[in-house]
Ligand binder design. Structure first.
Ligand SMILES: [Zn+2]
Ligand SMILES: [Zn+2]
Length: 189
């Protein structure tokens, strides 16, 4: 083999090794458009290679106690992964918050960790498709940010790592952007 080909192959294999994979796991029926939006925004923002898994079905063990929605921490526990995994569902998810037993949320992720879950349920009410996709993108990038070790941001209201506290208004005022402090904390530029 010629030296130039050998060095090209070494370069290629190093590049491939450097690119991290993230699996996208649809939980129940999730629209193909939503999956595609997530895939392209995660690839663009983090440079991950996204692999979409075949959907899995809901089971009773991940239901919240009211049985009207799903419990995010039970979902994370059941699907806890050793590789980067973003679980996406169209059904409502909740978690315990202070004295509230089932607090409806947009998403939840381990910090640090490799597993997070996002629900589109509370993101789609009364908005255009574009705005809905914008929200889905921000919430997914936020939860992956927690997996990468980021805490909630208090530096800039436009940063995606703000705590939305269940308020869609906060998500809407964010940009698809991390402030310098959050960028520095996960080493992206
Ligand atoms: Zn958060
Ligand atoms: Zn920030």
């Amino acid at each position: 083999m010629q030296p130039i080909i050998v060095s090209l192959l070494i370069f290629l294999s190093l590049t491939l090794q450097a690119q991290k994979n993230i699996f996208i796991q649809p939980l129940g029926e999730v629209s193909t458009q939503v999956i595609n939006v997530i895939k392209s925004s995660v690839e663009q923002f983090y440079g991950f290679n996204c692999i979409v898994k075949p959907k899995v079905n809901f089971t009773n063990e991940i239901l919240a106690d009211s049985r009207t929605r799903y419990e995010a921490s039970r979902i994370l526990k059941k699907y806890k992964s050793t590789e980067n995994l973003l679980i996406i569902t169209e059904k409502d998810i909740a978690c315990e918050k202070g004295s509230i037993h089932e607090w409806g949320i947009f998403g939840l992720g381990y910090r640090p960790g490799v597993t997070c879950v996002v629900s589109t349920f509370r993101l789609k009410r009364n908005v255009s498709k574009d705005k809905f996709y914008d929200r889905v993108t921000k919430v997914c990038l936020h939860e992956i940010g927690h997996n990468l070790g980021l805490v909630h941001c208090n530096f800039d209201k436009k940063c995606m790592m703000n705590d939305a506290r269940g308020k869609i208004k906060q998500v809407d005022q964010e940009k698809i952007w991390f402030c310098d402090n959050c960028k520095k904390n996960i080493g992206i530029h």
